[in-house]
Design a protein around this ligand. Structure first.
Ligand code: C5P
Length: 276
């Protein structure tokens, strides 16, 4: 088969504005209720249909990212029944609670869909709990173990700083340390927010239930959250996913940029961004 013209896909960082753990299935997976948004920072992929699968990883965060079948991007292509050649320009830290691998996998599925004209496979949750929500890559409520994705229309856009303190938190260890697995869900239906300030006030009444166990496993996360909350531009600081990346919400893009400059540390990944 001759290679097709490559298509480009953006794989944005996924941010859990809230993450409520509401139960556990008999197979051990947890039931979630999460408000998910996407950043304007992310990985960049190009992919083309090809005779043999290939993955070339480059970019500022390429180190340690596998270029073989351990990478979710190649496994996603396999589940779509296609062989593709993928160039992955990696900007997001791995194992960081911002869905880097899942967003890459979802971008591969979107790209294959464009190349073949076929819809992505069902059951993408089997690739990873965050893959279904990353497929449309738009603000959504995520429920079940990740397979129920309900778009949230007209979510006010937020300004934020993303900070990863350079530690990895193993997601299963984080879930295993939960004090309780049956926490209250978000209200149903979700409110309609009049603007960013209203949304931030409401978010302050919600939670990331994985934050306490993650802070126990990696106390640097608790220190980071304290640092973010002490910053004059910070309206709300919370951890995303199972960590260790945290986000601070600010009133304006200028505040996010200024806060990012104040937070710069050698081991930290710091990114001002817009969330929508
Ligand atoms: O699906 P993903 O690979 O992201 O999940 C990593 C681990 O996180 C799972 O093996 C499981 O231990 C835990 N998990 C969970 N419930 C979910 C999602 C993930 O217990 N809904």
């Amino acid at each position: 088969m001759a290679e097709t013209q490559p298509v480009a896909e953006f794989a944005p960082a996924k941010i859990n504005l809230t993450l409520h753990v509401t139960g556990q299935r008999p197979d051990g997976y947890h039931l979630l209720d999460s408000l998910v948004v996407f950043a304007d920072v992310g990985d960049r992929l190009t992919l083309a249909l090809s005779d043999t699968p290939a993955l070339n990883v480059t970019g500022p965060r390429a180190e340690g990212v596998p270029g073989d079948a351990r990478n979710l991007a190649l496994r996603a292509a396999e589940t779509a029944g296609t062989t593709v050649r993928i160039a992955l320009d990696k900007h997001l830290p791995a194992a960081a609670g911002i869905g880097g691998g899942s967003s890459d996998a979802a971008a591969v599925l979107r790209g294959i869909s464009r190349l073949t004209g076929l819809a992505p496979p069902d059951d993408t949750v089997r690739l990873g709990a965050d893959v279904p929500v990353c497929l449309p890559a738009r603000a959504a409520r995520m429920q079940g173990v990740g397979e129920i994705v309900t778009p949230v229309a007209d979510l006010p856009r937020l300004h934020a700083v993303l900070v990863n303190p350079g530690v990895e938190v193993a997601t299963p260890a984080c879930f295993a340390r939960l004090a309780t697995r049956t926490n209250p869900p978000m209200p149903d239906p979700l409110p309609r927010w009049s603007g960013p300030a209203d949304l931030i006030d409401w978010l302050a009444t919600m939670r990331n239930d994985l934050e306490p166990p993650a802070c126990h496993i990696a106390p640097v996360i608790a220190d980071l959250l304290e640092t973010l909350r002490a910053d004059p531009a910070c309206r709300l600081a919370r951890m995303s996913g199972s960590g260790a990346t945290c986000f601070a919400l600010t009133d304006t893009a200028a505040h996010a940029r200024a806060m990012a400059a104040r937070l710069s540390r050698p081991q930290w990944w710091v990114q001002p961004t817009r969330l929508s």
